[in-house]
Design a protein around this ligand. Structure first.
Ligand code: PMP
Length: 408
């Protein structure tokens, strides 16, 4: 029986307790960045008040403690996504950085070249499009895109037709940030594996809502960002299978990623340090681990069940408003509603909603090709988190009705 009381959760999020333009803040921009609970802030404060020091290679106590806390954060991530080894967890600055790590090292590796194919989907965020375009430009490989159906799901038949032995990599998101579609990644991965292609999953939007088990999924890479899971900005994760990462070259050179340096020759460190050049975001990793602990204390199933209730309530009420069009009508969705009113510009709608205290995201959501697929330049997007309430959904709906009247 799902149990999550958003009103008690809200006490952990001081930022939510404020007025915007004289109205209570209704924060529905969680797919862009979710808010941070006290427990995460406390982890950052504790780090800076007790143990701040650069990690590795120091004789002193603070450095040892900082190193232990940083590596404990890696264990937390590893347990949370069930990676086989802790050293398969690479700290990055976010999802974008993680995908660029994979695309750059694959380009350098020579594993992808002319005649090879990289497959992405039409639902992708720019950060899971542009790095692959860059890889294709550098290597001569061809980029193919799985089309998106009218309901916002990927065309699995077209995907099956696209797969042949030239496909070296399939890179798709787990959940679409623009429409909320949950992709059937188990099927996508299994089909890719039948052709021995590598698979990267962009999990930026899945990690806040779903249980992710990378061993069960069988993907080679899985990327996500701290700031979408109630953690800080500037930190994220690349999970990569040991047997693949061990065959890829290093990317950024510098401190930490080496074993031995002479002017003639450098040998590289083992995983995960091979991919963590320079001083990492130590506090960010620790705070992100605190955010993972926070989500697990609430229970991922409870979070998902609560958000689904909000999503269903909001979708049903929106559908009753004249002129509303919802993009992404597949029932397999997580915590995102993308919509428009008549032919009104999404930005005007967003501004009016802001005047009523409701924070939405408007625009192309870093998915310009997807917007073009639907013949639009953007949408208004409401996205939910564990701390949102049914009362907030009702305030959101009231505000949409008023905005709709004002826009005429
Ligand atoms: N992929 C998806 C699906 C996203 O929603 C986002 C963030 N909007 C990203 C990638 C990029 O994440 P970041 O900006 O944290 O690197």
């Amino acid at each position: 029986m799902p149990h999550l009381d958003p009103n008690s959760i809200r006490a952990d999020f001081p930022i939510l307790d404020q007025e915007i333009n004289g109205r209570p803040l209704v924060y529905l921009d969680n797919a862009a960045t979710s808010q941070t609970p006290r427990q995460v802030m406390e982890a950052s404060r504790d780090y800076y008040s007790r143990i701040n020091a650069n990690i590795h290679r120091a004789a002193h106590k603070l450095a040892r403690e900082a190193t232990l806390a940083h590596e404990a954060a890696r264990s937390t991530v590893s347990r949370h996504m069930n990676s086989r080894h802790e050293h398969e967890i690479i700290f990055t600055s976010g999802t974008t950085d993680a995908i660029n790590l994979v695309s750059n090292t694959l380009s350098l590796s020579g594993k992808i070249g002319r005649g090879d194919t990289v497959v992405i989907s039409g639902l992708e965020h720019h950060s899971n499009i542009v790095p692959w375009q860059m890889l294709c430009e550098r290597t001569g490989a061809t980029l193919k895109v799985i089309p998106v159906l009218d309901d916002g799901s990927v065309d699995m038949e077209a995907y099956a037709d696209m797969l042949d032995d030239s496909v070296r990599l399939v890179a798709v998101n787990h959940v679409s940030n623009a429409l909320g579609t949950i992709n059937p990644i188990e099927e996508i991965i299994a089909a890719a594996k039948a052709h021995e292609a590598l698979v990267l999953i962009d999990g930026a939007q899945a990690m806040p809502h779903l249980n992710v088990d990378v061993q069960q999924l069988g993907c080679d890479f899985y990327a996500f960002s701290g700031h979408k899971i109630y953690g800080p900005t500037g930190i994220g994760v690349l999970f990569g299978k040991e047997e693949i990462l061990d065959t890829l070259p290093p990317w950024r050179g510098g401190g930490e990623m080496i074993k031995e340096v002479t002017f003639e020759h450098t040998t590289y460190n083992d995983l995960p340090f091979k991919y963590e050049a320079g001083t990492p975001d130590i506090e960010g990793a620790i705070a992100m681990a605190a955010a993972i602990d926070y989500m697990n204390a609430l229970g991922m199933e409870n979070i998902a069940a609560h958000e689904n209730t909000l999503q269903e309530r909001a979708t049903a009420a929106l559908q009753d408003i004249d002129g509303i069009r919802i993009y992404g009508t597949t029932p397999n969705k997580a915590s995102v509603i993308s919509f428009s009113i008549g032919s009104h510009h999404h930005y005007d709608l967003g501004m009016l909603m802001d005047q009523m205290g409701v924070a939405l995201r408007t625009g192309h959501h870093c998915c310009q090709p997807l917007m073009a697929r639907f013949g639009i330049t953007g949408t208004a997007r409401a996205s939910f988190a564990a701390y949102n309430t049914e009362e907030e959904v009702d305030l959101f709906i009231e505000a949409v009705k008023k905005a709709s009247m004002m826009l005429g």
